[in-house]
Ligand binder design. Structure first.
Ligand SMILES: *Cc1c(COP(=O)(O)O)cnc(C)c1O
Length: 368
């Protein structure tokens, strides 16, 4: 069966090789004679899986043993809770850069635990650009940023050094490009966009942060316990962790430089079409702030938008409808989307635009 091209923002398309290997593991995990779905989290094969995944995260992010690598449950949103639970308390203040929906949700959740200061926001322009980078007060417990704004299609391409612990939500652009991950005291990512299957989060925390954590947090919610309990605090998402390992291997095999290069080419191609179109319009006009991962655009009228979605569907392309909070379309170009996938979409866009802008001459009548 021909697979559809899935431009959804997450859960998102996975590489065929990863799907293939995951399917094998569901039948017979690493030739153990049992399914990965039946495999104990305390078994040696699974311990090896976790160790290999941690080593690959270190390698691909360019970080060393100063960082703990954790696979945690609850998706990205759980980190909106755990970060302030662990690093914020009454009387302390955390700073946030409000660059979109997820950033503002992270800030709203932190308010349960301490003071929150929004240092900059682009809400007034409906997050169509990044806010100007603010002065960062040096007494903050931490500064939280969102490196890629999944819903509005903006991305931080330059992140200044700061003198307080920097914590980043990288759910929609982790390992999509080379980046200096050592800038961060912590970064986390729900994996269903660039790095695996839904329900799991990668959290990477510099060890010096762990000493700041109070002992009055239960183990499941405490990064210190999550990092030191051997092997794991509870039965984790064994299958999900394995799928993420397959993604890490896939990225490693390709090489992070090649992954970045392809991600840049994909986005450039698509933005070039949008910038030259008479039918489609890019939402993010500040070019320096454009996301390589989520490309958002509109069409001239709601009728045209509807018929473009139909055209995509007819060509086995799904997931291009924009988020309910934004209008129009959103095409997500995560790691597993190939250049050919983007070229296929562009061919459909071009054909669609041609049909709209030069309507075919009325068919000739039969006879003379
Ligand atoms: C998708 C996303 C989340 C939410 O992840 P869940 O796994 O649904 O909780 C958080 N932050 C960003 C930037 C996202 O793109």
């Amino acid at each position: 069966m021909k697979q559809k091209i899935n431009f959804n923002a997450g859960p998102a398309q996975l590489p065929p090789e990863v799907i293939h290997d995951a399917a094998i593991a569901v039948r017979n995990f690493k030739k153990t004679g049992i399914s990965i779905l039946e495999t104990s989290h305390r078994s040696q094969v699974f311990q090896d899986t976790v160790e290999e995944s941690r080593a690959l995260v270190r390698k691909l992010c360019g970080i060393n043993d100063d960082y703990e690598i954790l696979w945690l449950p609850g998706g990205g949103r759980m980190q909106f809770c755990m970060v302030p639970m662990n690093f914020l308390s009454a009387g302390k203040t955390a700073g946030f850069i409000d660059s979109g929906y997820w950033a503002s949700e992270a800030a709203a959740t932190a308010r349960f635990y301490g003071d929150v200061k929004i240092l900059a926001s682009s809400k007034d322009s409906n997050y169509d650009r990044l806010p100007i980078w603010p002065e960062v007060p040096k007494e903050l417990a931490y500064l939280h940023i969102t490196t890629n704004n999944t819903i509005y299609g903006t991305q931080c391409h330059n992140i200044p050094d700061v003198k307080v612990p920097l914590i980043a939500d990288m759910s929609s652009d982790i390992l999509s490009m080379k980046r200096d991950y050592t800038k961060y005291s912590m970064f986390y990512a729900a994996v269903q966009k660039n790095l695996g299957a839904a329900g799991l989060t990668l959290a990477v925390i510099r060890k010096d942060m762990l000493s700041k954590i109070s002992n009055s947090l239960p183990g499941m919610l405490n990064y210190k316990d999550q990092a030191t309990e051997n092997p794991l605090v509870n039965t984790p998402n064994v299958f999900g962790i394995y799928v993420s390992l397959l993604m890490l291997r896939w990225i490693d095999e390709k090489g992070i430089d090649a992954v970045e290069k392809e991600n840049r080419s994909k986005a450039e191609l698509l933005y070039a079409v949008l910038d030259n179109s008479k039918v489609f319009k890019p939402i993010v006009t500040v070019k320096a702030d454009r996301s390589l991962m989520n490309v958002c655009f509109t069409a001239n009228t709601p009728e045209i938008e509807k018929s473009f979605l139909d055209a995509c569907e007819a060509n086995d392309i799904i997931g291009v409808k924009g988020h309910r909070l934004a209008s129009g379309f959103r095409v997500s170009l995560y790691n597993a989307i190939s250049l050919e996938d983007v070229q296929t979409l562009i061919a459909v866009m071009n054909k669609f635009e041609k049909q709209i802008t030069d309507p075919v001459a009325p068919p000739k009548k039969w006879g003379r």
